[in-house]
Design a protein around this ligand. Structure first.
Ligand SMILES: *[C@@H]1O[C@H](CO)[C@@H](O)[C@H](O)[C@H]1NC(C)=O
Length: 301
C-alpha cells in the first residue's frame, strides 16, 4: 500500500490541470456565447481546469470591435498586464489562439512570456500574414467598413496603427512597403535585420510544444498555409524555390523560409527538437468541431 502522503500528493497532481488561456478570433469576443461554451466544454475534458478568455474590452461589443480596430502592439502589451495580474496563472499556462488570436499569443510569448506559456496551440492563425483581407458576412457592417479601409491603404501609417488586419497584411508583390511600414508582423517574425530581437527567439524556443492547426478547406485565410508558417510568392522566373500547390498558388513552405533556415525566431530550434506539431483539421476556417477535443486532451491541462 502507498503511504497516505504519497496518495494525497498523487491526487493533488491529478486534480490540478495546468490553467488555460484562450484568445478569440476576428469578429468574436471573449464573452460571446460561443467562446463561453467552448470554455465549458474544455472543463468537461479537464475537470477543475482554470480557463481565462483574453479580452481587450470587457464589454462584448467593444471587445468585438477591438478585433478590427486598434494597435496590435498596444493590445498585446495590455494583455501581458492582464495575464500577469491573474493569480491562477502565475506558474504558467497553456494557450489556445483562434485565428488572429494565435499570432497575438505568439507575440505575447516572444515579447513577454511572464508568466510563461507551456504549450501553444494555434487554430488557422496567420503566422506569415495574409495576402488578401478576409471577406465579411453580408450584414457584418463593422467588418465591411474595416475591410474597405484596409483595402484602400493597407500600408498607410494610419492603417498600420489602427486597423488590426492591416498589421498582419503581407503582400508578396510589395514586400518593400511592408518592411518599411509594418510594425507588428515584421517585428514578431524578426524580419528586419537591424531590429532583430534575440529575446523573441529565446522565449519562443522555450515553449514545450507548438501545435499548428491548418484548416484544409480554409477560404478565409489567404494563403491558408500561413497557419503552418508558409507564405505566398509572386510567381515569376526568379528561380525561387517554390512548391506549387494544386490550386496553382505558389507557396514557400516553413522549412524553406529564411526565417526558419536562419532561425530568426527560434522556430527551427523547436522543430528540430521535434516540438512543432502540424495538425490538419478537415474544414473551412475555424471549423474546429472534429479537431479540438483530441488536441485539448493531448496538449492542454
Ligand atoms: C527585445 O525584446 C525584449 C522583450 O520584449 C525587450 O525587453 C527588449 O527591450 C528588446 N530589445 C531591443 C533591443 O529592442
Amino acid at each position: 500500500m502507498l503511504p497516505f502522503g504519497l496518495l494525497l500528493l498523487a491526487s493533488l497532481v491529478c486534480a490540478t490541470p495546468r490553467p488555460l488561456v484562450l484568445w478569440h478570433g476576428l469578429g468574436d469576443s471573449a464573452n460571446a456565447p460561443g467562446m463561453k461554451q467552448f470554455a465549458e466544454e474544455i472543463k468537461q475534458v479537464h475537470q477543475g481546469i482554470f480557463v481565462h478568455s483574453i479580452y481587450i474590452e470587457e464589454d462584448l461589443d467593444k471587445d468585438r470591435r477591438a478585433g478590427f480596430y486598434g494597435n496590435v502592439n498596444e493590445q498585446i502589451e495590455l494583455v501581458s498586464e492582464q495575464l500577469a495580474a491573474i493569480p491562477q496563472l502565475e506558474s504558467g499556462f497553456d494557450a489556445i489562439g483562434f485565428s488572429q488570436g494565435g499570432q497575438f499569443l505568439r507575440a505575447y510569448v516572444e515579447r513577454f512570456n511572464s508568466p510563461p506559456v507551456h504549450n501553444l496551440i494555434t487554430f488557422g492563425s496567420q503566422h506569415f500574414g495574409i495576402s488578401d483581407i478576409p471577406t465579411c458576412g453580408p450584414r457584418d457592417f463593422l467588418c465591411q467598413i474595416a475591410r474597405r479601409a484596409v483595402k484602400s491603404g493597407v500600408y498607410s501609417s494610419w492603417a498600420q496603427s489602427n486597423l488590426v488586419t492591416a498589421q498582419y497584411f503581407r503582400d508578396p508583390a510589395n514586400l518593400e512597403e511592408y518592411y518599411a511600414s509594418n510594425t507588428f508582423l515584421t517585428s514578431i517574425n524578426n524580419e528586419i535585420a537591424e531590429t532583430r530581437n534575440e529575446t523573441y527567439a529565446r522565449n519562443f524556443a522555450s515553449l514545450n510544444k507548438l501545435v499548428l492547426v491548418i484548416f484544409t478547406k480554409d477560404k478565409t485565410v489567404v494563403p491558408k498555409e500561413s497557419s503552418w508558417f508558409a507564405s505566398e510568392v509572386v510567381v515569376d522566373d526568379s528561380g525561387l524555390s517554390q512548391q506549387v500547390l494544386s490550386d496553382e498558388r505558389a507557396i514557400i513552405p516553413m522549412r524553406q523560409q529564411p526565417l526558419y533556415v536562419e532561425d530568426w525566431i527560434g522556430l527551427r530550434q523547436l522543430d528540430e527538437r521535434g516540438d512543432v506539431i502540424f495538425v490538419e483539421c478537415d474544414g473551412e476556417h475555424m471549423e474546429i468541431g472534429p479537431c479540438w477535443e483530441e488536441l485539448v486532451r493531448n496538449y492542454a491541462g
